[in-house]
Write a protein that binds this ligand. Sequence first.
Ligand code: ZN
Length: 255
Amino acid sequence: MRLFDSHAHLDFPQFREDRERLLEEMRDQHVAALNVGADLVSSRASLVLAASHAHISAACGVHPHDAKDYTPRAEAELAQLLKEGAVAVGECGLDFYRDLSPRDQQERALRGQLHMARRLELPVILHQRDAWEAFVQVLREEGPLRGVVHAFSGDTAKARQVVDLGLHLGIGGPLTYARNHALRDAVRVVPVERLLVETDCPYLPPQPFRGKRNDPLKVRLVVLELASLLGMRPEELAEITWNNACDLFGVRPTF
Ligand SMILES: [Zn+2]
């Protein structure tokens, strides 16, 4: 079966030693990935990875942690990068958990990138942590939107809000954590055509790998867990989430 990891950071230093080997293993095991930029440097690195690997695509954006650097000049540079083969804008969003950038600047950077996505007719990769009300407020004001709330971790009510906003949900390793009953309930109320699977590697490894580095091959464990929750065969869910990602990002990865 073929698998689409809709959120990876393979350009990060955690993969410095074995990046090419991992990319080859992904090709052998038919695992495609969207590599997601978090600032201008990683956005450029994502484009480089995508240009040299037919199973990798790139998103370019500025993470809320780095929103303090989202100057008009950075925005112009991002717009330029997005025209060089990116298939989505992001990741962008609000993170009031770590608050590494002032909240008003986070919101300004998010709105700026949503406008850019609209202008370029690209989907958005959205990050949200401990900022739900403000996040939904901005999305309502800036909508309608196409894109994904990545690493979705809310309950049934929040899952429905994401669906109502017209967005997809990115489901990752935390689905496999024993205590995460709320998330396992939430995915059941989402139409399957709105589900994407992801790793957010090197972060958020699924259950047996907690504390270790995550990688796109482990998206298989998310698919197994999600398929069993939805009462589907893993092959069937893998194909549906593959097609969901291809349709949303307008890509056709090959191996
Ligand atoms: Zn990420």
